[in-house]
Every structure is written in structure tokens, then in C-alpha cells.
Design a protein around this ligand. Structure first.
Ligand code: C5P
Length: 253
């Protein structure tokens, strides 16, 4: 029984307004990728960590991760054009004796160790694909194009003015059955291998690639299970998220 964690870190820092890759951006003096890796390594159920990183920053990732002295082996590999491609590149290097794989985003840097532990436990208990999920606080709607006549048809004589573009609500899903999906997600290794092989044709195009691994498993028609997520596992995307993460770290460590 060996568990590997893939920690995706090959994204750019553009939306954070940084020249550094996002995962190297410091939070309280340590790069985001180190915060995430430390929490994975200390959960007690992860035996090795593989980090897909931008090809032109491999040495910097290796240096900050080895300086962090995480207590489990950490390897850095070149990531891909999309998150999906980065996970596939890392998965290809995971040793054959690994039977459970966690996939986590360095951007969810403060996801606590207890969350990784909960996900691995659920996989080891027989659920072959497990994601953390949290309830959705907002009312969520589905939308489609408004179409040229949507306003004129209902209010005769009205013309939708330029600049007042809008979409049309096409569905009102029941909020109580919706969940926001987080990482780390956990998988039976053979199932994750199969899901990535089946979805490989999408990996090279960021607009077609899967945004998480559970959706690749679901596309095979296999069940995906949801365990309770954690508010601290929010994704850090914007400078505001980084400021929030700093506050969370001060409050909870
Ligand atoms: O861009 P976004 O925040 O959705 O990325 C989610 C995660 O996927 C991040 O941890 C990012 O580093 C990673 N990623 C990757 N390879 C890419 C794009 C994103 O590993 N090509």
C-alpha cells in the first residue's frame, strides 16, 4: 500500500500579477508550493510527492522543495500545456508499486493535512475516486445566449441597447445538491491511469482539457464520491486570494 501525491504547480502567475510562476510566489516567507507540499507530506498517509512545474523553472522548484526538508521523497518533473497534461506527465513517473494517487493543486496551498488524510482513507475504504466538496453559498444558474429577439419578443417596441449585453437564464439547479469541488482528489491508481489514457486527446488544448481529474473518471462512466471539503482549501488565483490566505495563515497556522 503506497500512496503518491501529484502536486500540480506548472501554472503561470499571470492572474496573481507576478512574474514568478504562481507556485513560487511567497506567502508568509515561503513559496505557495512549499505550503502545499508540507501539508501533504505531514498527513502521514503520503509516501512520495511528484511536482509538475514549468520547464524553465525546474531548478528553482527543486531548490525550494529540498530546502523545505519535507521528510518524504519529492521529485520535480516538467509540466504540460494544460493542468491535465501536467498531471499526465507526473503520473507517468509514479512508480508501479503505488496503488493510490492523490492529485492536488499547489494553488490550494492551505488545504490542511486532515483533508488529504480523509480523502486517502475514503479511497482505501473502497471508493476508487474521491473528491472533497463544499456546499455552494450562492444561488447558481445555468445561462445561454440571450439571442437577438429575447427582449423585443416580451416587451414590444423595446430594443436591447448596445452595451447592455446580457445572458439568458436557462436553468435553476437546486442549490442543496450542488458542491464546489476542491483538491486533493484521490484515486485508485489503475482507474486514474485509465481515465488519463482515455482523455489524452484533450490534454494538449487548454480550452478542451479537463479542469480536474475526477471529471476524467466520470467521463468513463465510473462513480466519483464526495467527502466533506475544507474552507481553507480555497484556490489562490488573484492578489485578493493571496491576502485572504495570509489572514487564514495568521488565524489558523
Ligand atoms: O490555472 P489554475 O489556477 O486553474 O491551475 C490549477 C492548478 O493547475 C495550479 O496548481 C497550476 O499550477 C496547475 N497547472 C499546471 N499546468 C498547467 C496549468 C496549470 O500544473 N499547464
Amino acid at each position: 500500500m503506497t500512496t503518491a501525491a501529484i502536486l500540480t504547480a506548472a501554472g503561470s502567475g499571470t492572474r496573481l500579477g507576478h512574474v514568478l510562476p504562481k507556485a513560487l510566489v511567497p506567502l508568509a516567507g515561503e513559496p505557495l508550493v512549499v505550503h502545499a507540499a508540507r501539508r501533504l507530506a505531514s498527513c502521514g498517509v503520503v509516501d512520495l510527492v511528484v511536482v509538475p512545474a514549468p520547464g524553465d523553472h525546474l531548478a528553482a522548484f527543486e531548490s525550494v522543495l529540498s530546502a523545505a526538508d519535507l521528510g518524504v521523497p519529492v521529485t520535480v518533473v516538467t509540466g504540460g500545456m494544460s493542468r491535465q497534461a501536467s498531471v499526465a506527465a507526473a503520473l507517468a513517473t509514479v512508480p508501479p508499486d503505488v496503488d493510490v494517487v492523490l492529485v492536488h493543486d499547489a494553488a490550494r496551498s492551505l488545504a490542511p493535512s486532515s483533508l488529504a488524510e480523509r480523502v486517502v482513507q475514503a479511497v482505501r475504504a473502497g471508493r476508487r475516486a474521491v473528491v472533497p466538496g463544499v456546499p455552494v453559498p450562492d444561488t447558481v444558474v445555468e445561462v445561454g445566449p440571450e439571442g437577438p429577439t429575447a427582449v423585443e419578443d416580451r416587451v414590444p417596441g423595446t430594443v436591447a441597447t448596445a452595451g447592455a449585453t446580457a445572458e439568458l437564464v436557462t436553468g435553476n439547479p437546486d442549490r442543496s445538491v450542488l458542491r464546489s469541488v476542491q483538491t486533493p482528489q484521490g484515486f485508485d491508481r489503475a482507474l486514474l491511469d485509465r481515465a488519463h489514457a482515455a482523455g489524452a486527446h484533450r490534454a494538449g488544448d487548454e480550452s478542451l482539457a479537463a479542469t480536474d481529474d475526477a471529471s476524467l473518471v466520470a467521463a468513463l462512466g465510473e462513480p466519483v464520491h464526495v467527502v466533506p471539503g475544507d474552507a481553507a482549501a480555497v484556490k489562490i488565483t488573484t492578489p485578493r486570494d493571496l491576502a485572504l490566505a495570509r489572514l487564514l495563515l495568521e488565524e489558523h497556522g
